[in-house]
Design a protein around this ligand. Structure first.
Ligand code: AMP
Length: 284
């Protein structure tokens, strides 16, 4: 496995594989790798001749006061773990290599970027769509892998691939959780013991919503009220948003029919965590 840090070198290298008829799978990450990332890499390993991952903490997608400066970084550890999973190339550019000058060009996926996390983090998805476009042009993949953990992001990238005719297959992978249900995230490392315990409220809320829906409740407001009350009992948990959304348009749903995305962002102390669950009416 090798680490490439320069854009031109990455482009040249991948071109050799593509010209030899090899398929290329790509997993973009911000590093601090965990099982959630590895599940994407393993799938990419199964599907492709060459597996590239990127490790890049993208300044463009962080807002003022967010955790860009202190986002966890450990390239040596990530390198060892990625190698174990069978990754061929890590593309890990320094910020100056990705943004040598002040950018004038951005990619904006309208509507899908506006609600949910987009409302709390203005400019975030513009930063994501822009860096992912750049990474696609640098790694030239046939298949790209994203996690449902970041559902809105995945939907936005899928839409961007369609709208801009990127010639690649989009693969969505399920959420990987700790044994107690907490969705794996690089940001979980920020949590102290008390916060880690209270962080379980995210998954418990989603399961509660699922239980209510399975039991026949269809009014979003009734479901949300119950969950808000559950979360309010955790003294260091604060809701950024919680809602039931149409899984394709992300429009808020008042009355659930066949399916719904239940999504939430909760601050546990200073750490903002997100999670979601896709509910579908069981047939029969
Ligand atoms: P990040 O490093 O947080 O930008 O994540 C890189 C990719 O890994 C994104 O497509 C995420 O959705 C995905 N990912 C992160 N956490 C998980 C998880 N717990 N389960 C599945 N995929 C995940």
């Amino acid at each position: 496995m090798e680490i490439i840090t320069q854009v031109k070198e990455m482009q040249k290298r991948v071109e050799v594989y593509r010209n030899a008829g090899k398929s290329v799978g790509f997993v973009p990450t911000m590093g601090a790798l965990h099982e959630g990332h590895f599940s994407l890499m393993r799938q990419a390993r199964k599907d492709n001749d060459l597996v590239i991952i990127s490790i890049f903490v993208n300044p463009l997608q962080f807002g003022p006061g967010e955790d860009y400066e202190c986002y966890p970084k450990d390239l040596d550890r990530d390198r060892e773990l990625a190698e174990e999973v069978g990754v061929d190339i890590i593309f890990a550019p320094p910020p100056k290599e990705m943004y040598p000058q002040t950018s004038s060009t951005f990619v904006e996926v309208e509507r899908l970027s506006e609600g949910i996390c987009g409302r709390d983090r203005p400019g975030h998805f513009r930063g994501v769509a822009t860096v992912v476009t750049k990474l696609f042009n640098i790694t030239k993949p046939h298949r790209v892998y994203f996690g449902q953990k970041d559902y809105q992001q995945a939907l936005i990238i899928k839409r961007m691939i369609e709208d801009l005719n990127f010639d690649m297959e989009f693969v969505l992978m399920p959420i990987i959780r700790e044994e107690d249900g907490l969705a794996m995230s690089s940001r979980n490392t920020y949590l102290n013991q008390r916060e880690r315990e209270q962080a379980l409220i995210l998954y418990r809320s989603l399961k509660k919503a699922e239980e209510l829906l399975d039991g026949g409740e269809r009014r979003s407001e009734v479901i949300l009220e119950e969950i808000r009350e559950m979360i309010s009992k955790e003294d260091i948990a604060q809701i950024d948003y919680i809602g039931l959304y149409h899984p394709e348009t992300l429009a808020e749903i008042e009355t659930v029919e066949q399916e719904a995305l239940i999504a939430l962002a909760v601050r546990i102390g200073k750490t903002r965590l997100i999670d979601n669950l896709l509910w579908r009416k069981k047939s029969g």
